[in-house]
Design a protein around this ligand. Structure first.
Ligand SMILES: [Mn+2]
Length: 256
């Protein structure tokens, strides 16, 4: 069973606001995504195998995820801001050994703290790395402190910068057997997803992202994923729909 858990958390966004409306916009747009997929030759989200849960607040997220993992569901968390990821990963790490996180994002999110809090979305992957390893893809924005920290700790080896994306095989080699995927929608080029708080030029395009996800789903045990930082804007249906289709595509890659 695939379980969709909305977590419309918004507390530390630094620029454009509105990511608390992300989960509802994704779920609404998903109703209009054609479920048949020509690439797979079958439906992406198998009817009767997809359950949408009531939204959870950030304070209840870890225990909710832990409870759902007891039931062997494949969990999809819809954000909300990126700070929800380390909270979810904490629960996954208690169940799964050999866990890695695959982060698709424009930003490194490796700050130890940001604007006085360690729980900022700008610190999401630094917090994840306190739990398990992470491979970072599509990165094109980081501070000098993040750059130096990544050099010092060797994390730089697992950072794949947007202009020179490594082969999918290299990314796969750096991941452990069990993989949790976190997709910050700003990994995409702002020309296809303008609806996000801190857009960065020079991002990935639709088929580049799909190629990475397809490869990882084929070779790894993907045990869950989240999609964060969509900040819907009135009149911009394309961003909402693209992310809804991305969720459906991932469900399709994961359902065999
Ligand atoms: Mn980001």
């Amino acid at each position: 069973m695939f379980v969709l858990l909305p977590c419309p958390h918004e507390a530390t966004v630094s620029y454009g606001k509105g990511t608390k409306r992300g989960p509802a916009a994704i779920l609404k747009a998903m109703q209009y995504v054609e479920n048949f997929d020509e690439e797979l030759g079958r439906e992406m989200a198998p009817t009767g195998k997809l359950k949408v849960l009531k939204p959870v607040g950030v304070s209840g997220l870890e225990s909710r995820v832990a409870g759902l993992l007891k039931e062997d569901h494949t969990l999809v968390i819809l954000g909300g801001e990126h700070s929800i990821t380390p909270i979810a990963v904490k629960a996954f790490a208690k169940k799964y050994r050999n866990l890695s996180v695959l982060q698709l994002d424009a930003h490194a999110d490796l700050r130890d703290s940001y604007r006085g809090t360690k729980k900022s979305h700008a610190c999401a992957i630094r917090r994840v790395l306190e739990i398990c390893p992470a491979v970072q893809v599509g990165i094109r924005s980081l501070s000098v402190e993040e750059w130096e920290w990544a050099q010092k700790t060797g994390q730089i080896e697992k950072m794949h910068f947007a202009p020179k994306l490594e082969l999918v095989e290299k990314i796969e080699r750096q991941l452990h057997k069990n993989v949790y995927i976190t997709i910050d929608v700003d990994v995409f080029d702002p020309s296809i997803i303008p609806a996000t708080g801190t857009p960065e030029p020079g991002g990935l395009f639709w088929y580049e992202v799909l190629d990475i996800l397809k490869g990882v789903c084929r070779t790894k045990n993907v045990i869950g994923f989240d999609v964060v930082e969509l900040a819907p804007r009135r009149g911009d249906h394309a961003s909402d729909f693209t992310i809804a289709k991305l969720v459906c595509k991932l469900l399709g890659y994961l359902s065999v």
